[in-house]
Design a protein around this ligand. Structure first.
Ligand code: UD1
Length: 425
């Protein structure tokens, strides 16, 4: 049975929230535990749907997993199975991050192709060509990506684009390859740094994390470890925009403000007052936001995952904004839902022009992915009456306790089961 959110417009959000570990980190860290026989423990794990899904994938490979609140323990056997469960993998894209560790540990990996999704086609060519440079043979067969490698060896690899997933798979294969790998144009996202820190604590020899040149000297064996997942900068950024959009005052804990440097600067330009702390920040907004332009880019650029939320802000800002999407080709599909809410937006290729409205107009809207769903909820908070957000399982994949957190900040929002005949809406 699917759930929906009923959201009342006109709220001013005020109070404090703490973010949990990053979705885009914890899933990769769970996969990295495959590299060492024994029990690895992760702390600060978020309670989101993707974590039990990754548990299922790793169990299918022979691991034992315990999820106890914010703690996950993964016990990896000496002998792993090398083909990931088809159904479990197909349910979420991030499962492809077992490709690197499995190739390194087993010399063979077979993983169902996750396919494209609502934000655009998501090919694996850079993952494959990186592994090939390390000595693997990779191919697509019967709907799966397969990698075979008798011996992985170090190599000089240059990515065409700083892909997060390709950087992770190359990194987790290279840590146990023979010799040195230099990865140029590597992704620099904080989640990549988090993965490097965990791999180093397992005994890996890596230099350059957080820069676009990673140097990895392969080691023969890695060891289990204990590691704390970094805070989720996208969830933290969502709360920052929520404060600005509702003319509110929100203090966000559990996040290094430098991971959100550009989004917070953009909010300052929109008129917000920002105070940064060691492990958090406060966003205060006393007036209607002023329009600002956004352009998504790999880190440290403006994150594509906050783009739908930036569209939400622009829809109610004073003035006109241009938003440019440079990372995913189809991420503007959700703009149609914003039009239902009364936004004045025009898509032109990978740009969208938005003329801000004083208030949006409540209606029924459908989430198409995690971030689009969150953007719709925040926009519904800025609408005149009550809106219904459908397909909220997308939001549950990335935002722990979203409804509870919104309520604690003063929003009126309810989760209910989708009525039987809702397809007729
Ligand atoms: C990760 C994040 C996602 C975020 C994105 C960019 C996870 C689970 N997901 O996705 O939330 O929006 O980073 O910050 O961590 N590409 C290719 N060939 C490849 C690989 C990628 O063409 O082999 C393209 C993609 O189609 C996309 C772009 O490169 O257009 C960026 O993708 P990438 O950085 O790899 O994103 P993901 O790792 O899939």
């Amino acid at each position: 049975m699917k759930d929906q959110f009923i959201v009342s417009g006109g709220a001013r959000l005020e109070g404090a929230v703490k973010v949990d570990g990053a979705k885009n980190s914890v899933l990769k860290l769970m996969a990295a535990a495959l590299l060492a026989e024994g029990t690895t423990t992760l702390h600060n794990c978020p309670e989101i749907l993707d974590v039990p899904l990754m548990k299922k994938v790793l169990e299918g490979l022979g691991c034992e997993i315990d999820l106890e609140g914010a703690r996950v323990t993964i016990t990896t056997p000496a002998e792993l199975r090398s083909n990931a469960d088809f159904d479990a993998v197909r349910q979420f894209r991030a499962s492809v991050c077992v490709l690197g560790p499995l190739t390194a540990r087993c010399g063979h990996a077979e993983i169902a192709l996750p396919g494209g999704d609502a934000i655009g086609s998501r090919p694996l060519d850079m993952h494959q060509s990186g592994l090939e440079k390390l000595g693997a043979r990779t191919y697509i067969e019967h709907g799966a990506v397969v990698a075979d490698a008798e011996n992985l060896h170090g190599a000089e690899i240059k990515l065409d684009f700083p892909s997060v997933g390709a950087t992770e798979n190359i990194l987790t294969a290279a840590v146990m390859a023979e010799g040195v790998t230099i990865l140029h144009n590597a992704a620099r996202e904080p989640e990549i740094v988090d993965l490097c820190m965990m791999l180093k604590s397992m005994g890996a020899d890596i230099e350059g994390e957080g820069t676009s040149r990673l140097s990895i000297r392969g080691v023969e064996k890695l060891y289990p470890t204990e590691h704390e997942v970094i805070g989720d900068r996208i969830v933290a950024g969502t709360w920052a925009f929520a404060a600005a959009m509702t003319r509110g005052d929100i203090t966000v804990g559990g996040i290094a403000p430098r991971h959100l440097h550009l989004p917070l600067e953009k909010l300052k330009s929109a008129g917000a007052q920002i105070d940064a702390y060691d492990n958090g920040f406060r966003v205060r907004m006393r007036r209607r936001p002023t329009s600002v332009d956004f352009q998504t880019l790999p880190f440290p650029g403006f994150p594509t995952d906050l783009q739908p939320i930036a569209i939400g802000l622009s829809a109610i800002a004073e003035g006109t904004s241009i938003i440019t999407e440079n990372v995913f080709e189809s991420r503007f599909r959700f703009v149609d839902e914003m039009l239902r809410l009364g936004a004045d937006a025009q898509v032109d290729g990978h740009h969208v022009l938005i003329r801000g409205q004083e208030r949006l107009s409540s209606t029924d809207v459908w989430s198409s992915d995690i971030r689009a769903g969150a953007g719709l909820v925040l926009s519904a908070l800025c609408a005149d009456e009550t809106s219904t957000i459908h397909d909220v399982f997308h939001i549950d994949r990335g935002y722990p306790n979203f409804v509870e957190n919104l309520r604690s900040l003063g929003a009126t929002i309810e989760r209910i089961q989708e009525p039987e005949d809702s397809d007729l809406l």
